[in-house]
Design a protein around this ligand. Sequence first.
Ligand code: PLP
Length: 389
Amino acid sequence: MPPRTFNFAVGRTNPETFPVERMQRAASAAIAREFEELTDYPGKLGHPGLRAVMARRESEREGVAVDPDRIALTNGSMQAVTLTAEALTRPGDTVICEEFTYVGTIGAYRSLGIDMQGLPVDGDGMRVDLLEAKLAELGEARRPKFIYALTTYQNPTGATMPVERRRRLIDVAERHGIPIVEDNCYGDVHFDGEKPPALFALSDYAGIVYLCSLSKILAPGMRLGYLYAQPPLFESILARRHDAGANTFAAATVAELYRDDVWELTEELNGHLKVKKNLVVEGLGNELSDVCAWSNPAGGLFVWVRYPTDVDADRLARSAAERGVFFAPGSNFHIDGAPVPYLRLAFGHVPDADIREGIPILARCIREARTSNAAREFEGLFDEVGQDT
Ligand SMILES: Cc1ncc(COP(=O)(O)O)c(C=O)c1O
């Protein structure tokens, strides 16, 4: 038998709840109806049916009208992350983002030669209160070309920015004429409570570029995401596009899947993901409450864990891997790759039984990787007591 593994490393969805039959029926109907479109290229905007469904979804979720002709389908939202950065920057330009952010974005920005300037993150997301000081510090010469913000269920921390902070972010950006790229990749993976509106729903500022994805709520293998923006930004981003458009077959299938209702399936899948999130949080509570702190996010696919500074991170990763437990080290998400005492647990793809079994193993590894028995030197996930983050 292959060795048992508990893979909390990558943000993926739940194979157990994939809507196999519904997707088969949708694909079959899409082919029968749209085979002629499949013999053509999709173009810069992509499948009109899916754009209409996504416009409806955004409009129902955010409470404002959304024009499907301002939506362009992309090959996952990652293509939108890259296209936007290509359109708005040249090598050496500066972008402001959260100090901890999505590792894929860090990689893309690095390869475009972008100078990433981080703002710290707390339980309410990006520290927007520090934004103006950061702009002053950068000065005119390094004026950021845009601000990249993960406002809802931030990857990796799970934090959601409250509405007042969102308004302040828009206000500062608009006053300085700096575009904001809001990446709402996890927006629909929602478990509890009210969700604040997306930035575009709070303001008419034409500098807001909004990115979203079907990867996290449905399946990353579909490679469907989109960007939504106003002119002239929308056109200037799409001017960078030379791939003849996003996959019509995937788009037509998902448009059919969601034709009558987006939310029923979404809520069904979220119910199962919430169980997994709770299993992680309860497991950590049973095992590590004297030494660690962690998030309990209202949505998204990750729990962010802070461990004591005396943990030897290499030893932790090694001993966990030897016992089949995999996680993403916090340094992966730090814009400078700093060795921070955090790790991220992605729970979406892990069977419930493996979460129950895997968290105690991880907890043992964390304890064994400590080099002292000192009491915990911090209270919360983000406070600075004794920390160098
Ligand atoms: C914040 C964020 N943005 C974008 C992406 C890219 O996702 P996709 O290209 O599958 O839509 C991810 C994937 O993990 C992510 O976490």
